[in-house]
Design a protein. Structure first.
Length: 131
């Protein structure tokens, strides 16, 4: 898997996440307690740091995901999707749910934030196999 695969998979996930949070922005902001400006949008919306950070982290996650399918012999698109789903649902989500329980975060926030991790990882792994 080459560097273009990594960037394609990261881009697929990043754009999905953008749509996910646009659609679920109101319930997410309410549940997560994000500070809102007078316009009802997040106060830090003009800050590029979270966006840049997200792109860099997506590339790093995909970089590691390149190794896992190869090491486990995954070569088909359905198996790639299942591998990505498993990484998202059973590694990322479960670990983060432990943190959220101790932090006392609302369940709706957990579902929105962790739902994108599962779908994002599924997309990443699928794109890696396709390309």
């Amino acid at each position: 898997m080459g560097i273009l695969n990594v960037f394609a998979a990261a881009a697929a996930s990043f754009f999905f996440v953008a749509v996910w949070y646009m659609v679920l922005s109101d319930p997410w902001m309410t549940a997560s307690g994000v500070a809102q400006g007078a316009n009802g949008k997040p106060s830090n919306m003009s800050n590029p740091r979270p966006h840049i950070f997200s792109v860099v982290l997506a590339v790093l996650v995909v970089g590691m995901m390149c190794y896992l399918p190869t090491a486990s012999g995954v070569t088909s698109v359905p198996c790639g999707a299942i591998a990505g789903f498993g990484i998202g649902a059973f590694l990322i989500v479960l670990w983060m749910m432990m943190n959220n329980e101790f932090a006392g975060k609302p369940f709706q926030s957990i579902v929105i934030d962790r739902g994108y991790a599962v779908i994002g990882c599924t997309l990443m792994s699928t794109v890696l196999i396709v390309f």
